[in-house]
Design a protein around this ligand. Structure first.
Ligand SMILES: [Zn+2]
Length: 274
């Protein structure tokens, strides 16, 4: 069993200063992974609060420089497959820019994620104000659905439960039973279009005393709707988290009846048995 970590950030991400392609690739090799994909941040619009705090206007990485570095590190570390990816931040006001950017470059895999919503960043605050947990999580899931059905040009839906990580509510997790209708829409679209659902292991750790959990009913419903591709991603920003908790989550999905995980090379799905 050789697992791929399909979601990693490097020095080419605005927040990737704690690692590099080389260091994370070495960590992936040491962890016994079969491959690692670098999916650096690409958000064309940054909400004002974050832009001011971080002193930046966009989070678009230099694709040519990243891919050149990956080629060099691949040559130096032949023991592990190193893939070229992007985490495309979906935002309503930047739809055309995102689509053009994706078609202007070649990637092994594209993760589509929602980081910013209603011109706020859940991490920096503002988003949750005036919303109940159900409104905040539900609106985030609806936004994911609107953006993925528009974009279509992606391989993996990234961290569908990102909104729960930094939320102030006691309800720390996205549970199928609470959002069955909109989750069905998302999962059906992914299944029918052959897209993968990501298990983002960064979500399932302690955030100020709250630890979101992965609801198995979401995975079971995905499979029921014909979904096959489960992608494992650590969302690492430093080498110590590369492949984090992959043994646990690969065993978890196996116990639910999944027989493989998926990664993408040149945008083609490759399934590996677990
Ligand atoms: Zn992300």
């Amino acid at each position: 069993m050789k697992l791929y970590d399909n979601h990693n950030h490097s020095q080419f991400s605005f927040d990737g200063h704690r690692t590099s392609v080389r260091r994370s690739a070495e960590a992936a090799l040491a962890a016994g992974l079969g491959g690692i994909c670098f999916t650096d941040h690409c958000d064309f619009h940054v909400p004002p609060m974050k832009a001011a705090y971080e002193n930046l206007v966009s989070e678009v990485f230099d694709v040519e420089a990243q891919q050149k570095e990956i080629n060099e590190v691949s040559h130096d570390i032949p023991g592990i497959r190193i893939l070229k990816g992007i985490e495309a931040g979906m935002y309503h006001g930047c739809r055309e820019q995102i689509r053009e950017h994706l078609s202007a470059h070649s990637f092994d895999q594209v993760i589509a994620s929602v980081h910013y919503i209603d011109d706020t960043d859940p991490f920096y605050g503002g988003y949750y104000e005036g919303k109940t947990w159900k409104e905040a999580y539900g609106h985030y899931l609806e936004t994911i659905y609107e953006e993925i059905t528009w974009l279509k040009d992606f391989d993996i839906l990234g961290h569908y439960d990102y909104v729960a990580r930094y939320a102030p509510y006691p309800q720390s997790s996205i549970m199928y039973a609470d959002f069955a209708d909109i989750l069905d829409e998302i999962l059906r679209f992914l299944a029918y279009e052959g897209k993968a659902l990501e298990i983002n292991t960064k979500t399932y750790q302690d955030y100020n005393g709250r630890t979101p959990v992965l609801d198995k009913n979401i995975l079971l419903r995905f499979r029921e709707l014909g979904g096959e591709g489960i992608s494992l991603g650590s969302d690492s920003h430093d080498p110590s988290r590369t492949g984090d908790k992959f043994c646990h989550y690969s065993e978890f999905i196996k116990s639910l009846g999944f027989r493989w995980t998926v990664h993408f090379e040149a945008r083609k799905a490759i399934f590996s048995g677990i």
